[in-house]
Design a protein around this ligand. Structure first.
Ligand code: CO
Length: 436
């Protein structure tokens, strides 16, 4: 259990941006014999083979083919992005005293945790190399920025329901007026290019802080980006550990969940349906066979869930609140912002029951809208039985979040068992789970 947690902390530390998360996943996949495919090339696939493909280098789909044509697809999806600040194209605000970064919010963040923290910059650069434009990932391994609080003495009254104005209150300080142009120079140096060779960039702020264990008996883990890198890591472990089944196991990591998924590489894109179609084509499965396989498929949409808050238990449903360290959360919503229904939850809980993994059920208070995630969005492109699951955590969308130490191992075990399962559906409404 402790070992997984330390590995998770390492993964999160190496993943300051979605590009870095995908890079680390690729490294793990290749160490395990997965072969890279390019969307811009033709695919030749062999039965029993292991492959992966990335789009935008911030989303990744990896799959393991069975020896026969796949009976269906067993997919687990999580997301690579987290709420943060994105540096604007003209990204410097210069006054007579200071240079600040001009940033936009990415995703639905909580503001106040970002104050008075040492912040760094990471992302991707497009650099000119001769005739080509190449991608370079950068992460500055130094703290370069800070969003300073206003001292209590100065009369802003932040403790009394202060309203933060992002363009004024959330600008990170990077130095005095002489720091003009310095960020570009530091980034160029980190990418080993000249500043004038940078042709484009996608840059965000991140916390270099490493995850740590907390709680009187080590009950909790505290780390940036737990939503959703904890699920990205735990389900990758399960994917890599799983024994083959008659179904094709697919690991999905999507970018842009925090901003609605409607991007070229998000869950609301053609990436997944394109990939499943190309798998079928490369295996000489006809359109009929692919559609039947999809009807025998299932997806876990894995994204963290809100634990009952210790100081505000009244904000959770009286009966469907969830706890940290109590197992996998299955999320329900009457208005289908979560995909779980009677069928998909029964199938998933049955897989967990056979694997000895505890589950618990989550629903929002009836008078609260709650959040949503990528499962129902992916289903509008390729529809299959889907269940929204996750691990209980506190302070979602803070720059440092808290989860339960015991839950990560449950997720590894549950996703391993899920990937080892194949779904047989006969008459609509009747199902059988094949497990070893
Ligand atoms: Co999330």
């Amino acid at each position: 259990m402790e070992e997984y947690v330390q590995q998770l902390f390492g993964f999160i530390e190496r993943s300051p941006s979605p590009f870095h998360a995908v890079e680390d996943v690729r490294r793990r996949l290749e160490e395990n014999g997965f072969v890279p495919l390019q969307e811009s090339q033709l695919w030749k696939l062999s039965p029993g083979g292991r492959y992966y493909v990335t789009r935008n280098r911030s989303s990744c789909l990896a799959f393991r083919l069975p020896e026969e044509k796949p009976s269906g697809f067993m997919l687990v999806a999580s997301h690579s992005d987290s709420p943060t600040f994105r540096i604007k194209e003209n990204g410097e605000l210069i006054s007579s005293l200071y240079t600040r970064l001009n940033v936009e919010r990415y995703g639905g963040m909580l503001y106040t945790p970002w104050f008075d923290r040492p912040l760094s910059v990471a992302g991707r650069l497009l650099v000119r190399r001769g005739e080509a434009l190449e991608t370079r990932l950068v992460a500055l391994h130094q703290d370069v920025a800070i969003i300073p609080n206003v001292a209590g003495h100065m009369g802003l009254r932040q403790n009394d329901g202060f309203h933060y104005a992002p363009q004024q209150d959330l600008c990170p300080l990077i130095g005095g007026p002489q720091a003009k142009g310095a960020l570009r120079a530091v980034l160029a140096k980190a990418a080993d290019v000249e500043p004038q060779e940078i042709a484009g960039s996608d840059l965000i702020l991140y916390l270099r802080e490493k995850g740590r264990i907390a709680g009187i008996n080590g009950e909790y883990l505290l780390s940036p980006r737990l939503d959703d890198l904890e699920c990205a890591f735990g389900t990758l472990q399960g994917f890599l550990q799983a024994e083959p089944s008659p179904a094709c196991a697919v690991y999905c990591l999507f970018d842009n969940e925090e901003v609605g998924s409607a991007t070229r590489q998000g869950a609301d894109s053609s990436f997944l349906s394109d990939t499943l179609t190309r798998i079928a084509e490369a295996l000489d499965m006809g359109a009929q066979q692919l559609r039947a396989a999809i009807a025998r498929s299932m997806m876990l949409s894995a994204d963290n869930a809100h634990a009952v808050h210790p100081n505000h238990p009244e904000l959770s449903d009286p009966d469907n609140g969830v706890q940290m360290n109590a197992g996998i959360v299955v999320k329900f919503n009457a208005n289908q912002r979560y995909t779980s229904d009677g069928v998909s939850s029964a199938l998933f809980r049955e897989i967990c029951r056979r694997a000895g993994v505890p589950t618990q059920s989550y629903a929002n208070r009836s008078d609260m809208p709650g959040g949503s995630t990528l499962g129902n969005i992916a289903n509008t492109h390729i529809s299959m039985h889907t269940v929204d699951v996750g691990l209980a955590q506190l302070a979602m969308h803070s720059c440092c979040e808290t989860a339960g130490t015991a839950d990560l191992a449950y997720l590894v075990r549950a996703s391993k068992a899920f990937y080892e399962t194949a779904l047989y559906a006969g008459e609509d409404g009747s199902y059988r789970l094949f497990t070893k």
